[in-house]
Design a protein around this ligand. Sequence first.
Ligand code: PAF
Length: 280
Amino acid sequence: MEVFKTIKSLQQSLSLKDDHLTLGLVPTMGALHEGHLSIVRRAKEENNLVVVSIFVNPTQFDKKEDLINYPSTIDADLEALESLGCDYVFTPTVEEVYQGDTRSEAFSFDGLDSVMEGKHRQGHFDGVATIVKKLFQITKPDKAYFGEKDYQQLLIIKKMVDLESIPIVIVPVQIYREIDGLAMSSRNTRLTENQRNAAPEIYQTLLKSKKIFNNNDLDSVKSFVKNEFIQNKDLQLEYFEVADTESLRIATEILPHKKYRGFIAVFAGSIRLIDNIALN
Ligand code: PAF
């Protein structure tokens, strides 16, 4: 496994590979957990070579404190990636990637960014699309892998690739969960013992909401989820939305031929946890 800090050295090494060998990219912000590793395994299965980027992207954080507190476990990350047979790791500095202009490009995502995470985190998706586009331009992979935990991000990246006519296949990877159902996230390590014990409630609520969705109306699902968190002293519901799986338009009624997903964001103290589920 080779580790690169500069674009030039990574590109030099990538240019030496045979043209017929396929390259898979797994973009990450580090602090790797089993969820990331399952994505890297999938990329290894489907490509001859795999590059993982580890870069905490400043332009996608709307709160400075989140950026400062973002966990970093670089030695453990590199050890885990080596053991999975990852071929290249890219760990650039902010200066290397943004060349002194640490700003997002402005994209037009056709409403995909005006709901849920986009509504609650100003500028977040322009920041995500900006860095992912840069990583695509730098590494030029055949396929790039993104977890479905950040489902809205996944659709935004697909949209960006369409808008920019970038010839890369975007591969969604299923949410990887702890045994108790909590979606894996680098933020889980910051939970207190009480918060960690309470957190599986998020997925349990999504599972129950799916049952209710299939037997009742939209309002029943929404009020069920709201009520589940009212008494909870460790978890505060920020939002629960039912949205069209493709357009992410918030559902106001359920149409029989459409597919819907439930999206949730919950605060455990200052730590924000998100999850989602296919409802039908
Ligand atoms: O999902 C993430 O970890 C980040 O948003 C990504 C895609 C690596 C871009 O910084």
